[in-house]
Design a binder for this molecule. Sequence first.
Ligand code: TIU
Length: 221
Amino acid sequence: MPVIKAQPFGFPFETKSLGLVMIDFQRDFVEPGGFGETLGNDVSQLRAAIPAAQRLLSAFRNAGLPVFHTRECHRPDLSDLPPSKRNRGAPKLRIGDIGPMGRILIAGEPGADIIPELYPAPGEVVIDKPGKGAFFATEFGDHLVSRGLQHLVFAGVTTEVCVQTTMREANDRGYDCLLATDATQSYFPQFKAATVDMIVAQGGIVGWATDVDRIVEALNG
Ligand code: TIU
């Protein structure tokens, strides 16, 4: 079995059961005027993950391996948006309000779409999810099962919110999870560092972590 150099130790995988999960690389999180900025964040920080995420995406595409993209967004009638989420905090604009990229975090609006740099290719599965985890209220888990996947590589934003939640959901469902550390970013550098640490702590209690070069190296075999 091939092994990717990683923390806390090598990540063994089978190519036929390996997939890439690109979490929420949406304009609403990465570009000015979207959800991330309405929460008071400096969204430019997230752009640091884009070059490594592009290399990771290309490596999976070149290897002919499955790629999944997720988008955090809600139905236009807000029927899948609980008040506990809509009313949280004191943002300038709330989910569903009209911003410069359309309605904030609403399916089909320009802001909810994936950034052009990492746009899904034809045939790649795109999962719209109302929660932070990609398994909650979606068909994501069914896609993984139907393709016989077991080993998942994760990239995306933000590290400690939707990426970590989805990795924990996947871990509980029996998947081996590897975080691509340079292809993920947080608005809070200390939260990203803590998340990587807590994923690999205790012998990989949630999963493994490594950088994109190590993953590409292993895929090129
Ligand atoms: N606010 C924040 O850091 N993240 C989110 O709200 N969603 C995702 O992480 N995608």
